[in-house]
Design a protein around this ligand. Sequence first.
Ligand SMILES: [Zn+2]
Length: 122
Amino acid sequence: MSGGLSFYMSMAAHQDAGVARTKAVDAKTQSTNTALELRTLRSQFFRTQLACEALWSLVQERLELTDEELRDRMAQLDLEDGVADGRRKHPPQSCPRCQRTFGRHWMQCLYCGEPVQGDAFA
Ligand SMILES: [Zn+2]
């Protein structure tokens, strides 16, 4: 191998190693950010779960409802979208004025501005 070619291959290998190091640092940063986001989401989930349990215990106490009634209502709401999958999908809402559809979390039509009811849980 000539000296020039050897030098070129050495430089190329050096550049490849630099790119690999940069990619490794980026991947580690992304992994750290994902772990942090997961920790935050878990914390928010546990807090929401605690709030649900507190609300349910108050409702149960004041209205004398049973856990079975809660489970039945959960199953009923789960099935409203046609699939018993442990979650509730909300179909889009239609604008009463222009008839276009959009997400249920909007409080006014995205197209014509008509105020709509929206859905507090969508
Ligand atoms: Zn509209």
